[in-house]
Design a protein around this ligand. Structure first.
Ligand code: SAH
Ligand code: SF4
Ligand code: F3S
Length: 445
């Protein structure tokens, strides 16, 4: 059994975990294949953030039970951690269940699988370890993820992550910098720092309160590495977000002027019930730091509609927050009940119809704002990292520092060979979510 197939669900942390898992397997002599049919070992790296995400995995396991009898199945990630050995009852053909906090044990667990063990688990959350491996197999040749902090110590009332990813643990600054240097040496020009809450990064190699060795310091240190063009990071938590992060971005154009700062709700009473640890006013203070920055910072967010007990007035507070924050874009989610979470005990659940109604109202308001805001970008010249070629429209696909998509035509078309390069493009058309443009030969102003 040496060929494996892996399918990944969920967030960027999971996507990057899969890159490390793939590296670990390849390092042991396995070969990755593109279809489950061609594999002997089938792995799902799962997400449990909402019920729908979790259901996908069980649907896959049901299908493959019929089509792939005799193969070895492994369930990794957040559903693995959440459901644990119960997965063996629900899907008896699964042989391996491993949560992300146990990936350091993967080599041992694989030995057990190879010798034919039928119930292999890695489910302990009691760890100070982070999963570091030199074997990471990265998919994208231009952008690379680096995990700087794992787990989460918050306890937002709706969220499974503290149960699925365990306690917060930072990597050392030195190991993060070394990985970044190695990536630059390999030719990567964009790095994205990952964590459920990057703002609470503290260098564990520095004893005591680690004053000064925080996330803003890490950003400054990474930003000064020669050869790097762009540094992004996600996700920021408003409670731990400090103005120094905005100052670091102002000081160094290598640090991308985009911040994802999930708000969840614009109502202080709702935020209290969500156990988010900040008020509307405190959140808006973070927004003000960004609005006042020297560089123009694009702000994006996550919102939950229909959290238990959400009143019309609380929903209205979220609507008005949109006007004040002026988001570049947002993800809106309908509240989904999750196992183990405090909100399960809350009463006053909102009906699905009402959640949908609020979802659509918010979505429409934001769409109208995006059309207006984006129209102001007409005529601008932006630097983009060229990430692809769209043959249907004969356009290059670019991303600006603010993480906007700017698709543009070039006089030489595909022959321009821009993939992975930085190019200047002028915005000639805007819409609600992406922009169109043309290659600009003069430099940006
Ligand atoms: N650590 C990050 C991301 C958490 S998951 C943060 O704190 O922001 C990504 C998003 O999923 C969250 O921001 C939230 O908007 C949404 N989410 C999490 N749990 C949810 C649930 N039970 N129902 C609906 N949306 C949820
Ligand atoms: Fe979940 Fe809250 Fe932690 Fe984000 S900060 S991962 S929403 S518990
Ligand atoms: Fe999903 Fe786990 Fe990420 S629940 S969103 S894969 S942390």
């Amino acid at each position: 059994m040496k060929r494996f197939y892996i399918e990944t669900f969920g967030c960027q942390m999971n996507a990057h975990d899969s890159e490390k898992v793939i590296g670990t397997l390849v390092g042991r002599g396995y070969e990755q294949v593109a279809t489950p049919e061609a594999a002997e070992l089938i792995m799902y790296n799962t997400c449990s953030i909402r019920d729908k995400a979790e259901q996908k995995v069980f649907a896959r396991l049901q299908d493959f039970k019929r089509h792939h009898a005799g193969k070895t199945f492994a369930v990794l990630g957040c559903v693995a951690q959440q459901e644990g050995e119960k997965i063996f009852e629900k899907a008896p053909h699964v042989s391996m269940v491993v949560g992300s906090a146990s990936y350091n044990k993967l080599p041992e667990l694989l030995v057990q699988i190879e010798r034919g063990d039928k119930r292999v688990t890695g489910l302990s959350l009691d760890t100070d370890d982070t999963f570091e491996t030199p074997l990471t197999r990265r998919d994208n040749p231009h952008k690379a993820y680096i995990t700087i902090i794992e787990g989460c110590d918050k306890s937002c009332a709706y969220c499974v992550v503290p149960f699925t990813r365990g306690p917060e643990r930072s990597r050392t600054l030195e190991s993060v910098l070394n990985e970044a240097r190695e990536l630059i040496r390999m030719g990567y020009s964009e790095i994205q720092l990952l964590g459920q809450n990057v703002n609470s990064f503290r260098d564990p190699a520095i004893p005591g309160s680690a004053l000064g060795h925080d996330f803003a310091y890490l950003l400054r240190r990474i930003g000064e590495l020669p050869g790097l063009r762009r540094v992004r990071f996600t996700t920021s938590h408003p409670r731990d977000f400090v103005k120094d992060i905005v100052d670091a971005i102002d000081e160094n154009p290598v640090l991308c002027n985009h911040i994802h700062l999930p708000v969840q709700s614009g109502s202080t009473t709702m935020l209290e019930r969500m156990q988010r640890l900040y008020s509307r006013e405190e959140y808006l203070r973070c927004i003000e730091w960004m609005h006042r920055a020297k560089r123009e910072i694009a702000i994006t967010t996550d919102l939950i509609v229909g959290f238990p007990g959400e009143t019309e007035a609380e929903f209205e507070d979220t609507m008005t927050l949109l006007d004040e924050a002026r988001y570049e874009s947002m993800f809106i989610f309908k509240y989904s009940r999750r196992p183990n979470t405090p909100a399960l005990r809350y009463e006053d659940h909102i009906t699905e119809e009402e959640k949908t109604r609020r979802f659509l109202i918010l979505q429409e308001k934001q769409r109208a704002m995006q059309i207006r805001q984006n129209a102001e970008l007409l005529g601008r010249v932006e630097e983009v990292l060229v990430e692809g070629w769209n043959s249907a429209t004969s356009q290059w696909i670019g991303k600006t520092s603010q993480n906007r998509t700017l698709n543009f035509v070039h006089p030489a078309g595909r022959e321009a060979n821009l993939l992975g390069q930085y190019a200047m493009a002028r915005v000639t058309r805007t819409g609600p979510s992406s922009m169109g443009g043309e290659a600009a030969l003069e430099p940006a102003v």
